[in-house]
Design a protein around this ligand. Sequence first.
Ligand code: 5GP
Length: 348
Amino acid sequence: MRIEYEPKLDFKDVLLRPKRSTLGSRANVDLVREYRFRHAPLRRPSVPIIAANMDTVGTFEMARALARHKLHCALHKHHALADLVAFFSPENRAENAYTFYSLGILEADLAKFEKVWSKTGGAIEWVCIDVANGYTEAFVDFVRRFRERYPSVALMAGNVVTSDMTEALILAGVDIVKVGIGPGSVCTTRKMTGVGYPQLSAIIECADAAHGLGGQICGDGGCTVPGDVVKAFGGGADFVMLGGMLAAHDESGGELEERDGRVYRRFYGMSSAEAMEKYAGGVARYRASEGKSVVLEARGPVEDTVQEILGGLRSACTYVGARKLKDLSRCTTFVRVGQQINEVYGRS
Ligand code: 5GP
């Protein structure tokens, strides 16, 4: 047994120190980034925020709404084959240009992907291979095989939280390593297994490892307010994935519930009993659910939330003197804060 004593940080443990700057207006801040990927030849400028591949977030409607702002959406894994083929058709490029096709590592997942790929003439540009635990050899082997077969796609895969595994994945063919174990708003992995890693430190450490190899990372999970998205980018994330912050909108799907004159939408983790009931016929005997189900007040169109997030990012960039989102990490100095920040968030 070993203990690491070096402090590890979550978003709530820091603030960004304001800096003098020559920036006139937040309207001048450029949030679009164009990455050069380590493996894929794809070059597509975008705002590097991704809706999570959860079935009450990563919907076709969400992809269309976010694409209008050049934001990404990772579709959830359970869309019907015919719908995926229609969505990814080359004629539909305006809507699908920023959308990730998500899959797991089962042979059935691969077979479904292959069908969509061939029926659309290879029109898929972004792929997300997603497992809860990115530390298994089977996962790395799958990723390697997938990359050999599909050299053109921008490939995101995870989840991991440490630099060793970030490097291993990039060397196996991943362009964007998805980082986060346990920080999700409807995730119970930390409670059920005791496993996890404070998310801001995971981002900082994995970004450092990835950038050294010409790779990128996506901070996945734990953002609850626009300021957390700022901190993720400030810590070095190239992309940031959002579940809860984009849930409960008109485009998110999820059942509507009415109570006392108010409208709510159900939002649940993809490993929750609810999701497993829906897609796998229940929780298998050998495993426990690692996600929960919540109801959130319905929030209307996602457009308003997007504006709020982008507004927060632009404002943060002017506070620290970053003309572009690209410069935010370089301009970031985090100040460690103690208990008092929890009052800002209203958290205990
Ligand atoms: P959020 O933005 O809601 O904090 O986090 C979203 C992320 O939580 C997802 O992208 C995914 O990585 C993770 N997640 C989604 N469902 C589950 C689940 O049921 N269990 C766990 N452990 N993580 C989940």
